[in-house]
Design a protein around this ligand. Sequence first.
Ligand code: GDP
Length: 463
Amino acid sequence: MIGETIVAIATAIVPEQGSVGIVRMSGEKAVAIAKILFHSPGSQKWESHQILYGYVRDPNTQETVDEALLLLMFAPRSYTREDVVEFHCHGGIMAVQQVLQLCLEQGAKLAQPGEFTLRAFLNGRLDLTQAESISDLVGARSPQAAQFAIAGLQGKLAYPIRQLRLTCLDILAEVEARIDFEEDLPPLNQAEIQSQLSQVLTDVTQILNTADQGELLRSGLKVAIVGRPNVGKSSLLNAWSRSDRAIVTDLPGTTRDVVESQLVVGGIPIQVLDTAGIRETDDRVEKIGVERSRLAAQSADLILLTIDAQIGWTDADQEIYQQVSAQVPCTGGVRPVILILNKIDLAGTSDDLLFPPVAKVVRTAAALNQGIPDLEAAILETVQSEKIQAANLDLAVNQRQAAALTRAKSALQQVSETIANQLPLDFWTIDLRSAIQSLGEILGEDVTESVLDRIFSRFCIGK
Ligand code: GDP
């Protein structure tokens, strides 16, 4: 319920870490509760956009819980457009948790995930695309993903969508006027309406074409490095991780069989699955290597099949190739395979090497840090030709927005057909309304509570 005052810890809670931890509270009682808990010595003013210095005290025991700063933002000049106070406490766990507890005891309610942003949306401070961009920004795993999120926050998606919707509304008004007052008005300029609609359709399609890129930037790409033991898979991942352009983060969840690393290539977050850990080369272990390659490949979007260029294509390579290039069960498509001819420094000329057809071939000397830029270029070319269509926009829609755009597109196509088939004006209005409705949904107009729940439940608590 929007009348309630909500509170949450807004920063990540990690023991012994985080020099500052923030408890954020929003709602009618936020300032009153802060006044009970926060003691600011001297003559500091409780005014909007002031930072007060002082102590948080338990009102029952008068015990000091933390030395803190209090940031005051009064409605409507705040994130939620309600009164917002933020306690800037010491980091770690205890200070923020105790301050949170005191706020709850004074009648605030623990915020749901995304509830602050939901309020910002419901109070008209943000449209839905902007709210989604905030979640994208928090979740961004590459500088480009963050840049797109900022663009969305600044309304770069909302603006064109709003314009397209307005054009459709204008056309609808023209058509409806003809239905209601046919005799009093000049006839419809059908050619003009057709041309406006076709422009809207072109723009909708262009924005829709950013969906794949959006998906790549948000979810990133899973790449599996597979191959026989000792061909240089681990060396390759090491060289890649060390290269200047790769931003590496260690991911928790690295399993015994598959090592996961997080890199960024061309703005796309890439999760690399390396079937490392096999050192011996007896038959049994080779078999395990094949099986692990198959498992890693199963969850990958792209395969880097590594072979030893000095030895050439072996039966074991062939077996791994067959395993990883098997059809993807749900899509029926085939995962692209990039073949890496490693240890090229030992191979002399590799031109006479025989291997099956693959998406791309890259020559590397992983132990000498050679060939990484070629590898990255090959990955980008492969995924871009596979997934990204030409849409030179600095925005990228998400799946929800893409679904609404797809509905708008088919409604617009329907209107064009209706006009071409000379059907009565009433028919035009049905599909026009449906296009307007779908475009409005992107901005958050007329969306149901369950749609909002779905969107905001993906946010973190305190956002
Ligand atoms: P993995 O079992 O596939 O992960 O292979 P490793 O990365 O452990 O490499 C096996 C051996 O090959 C190691 O001794 C590496 O130093 C060596 N090696 C890897 N890449 C190259 C390379 O490009 N050139 C040369 N000369 N040796 C390499």
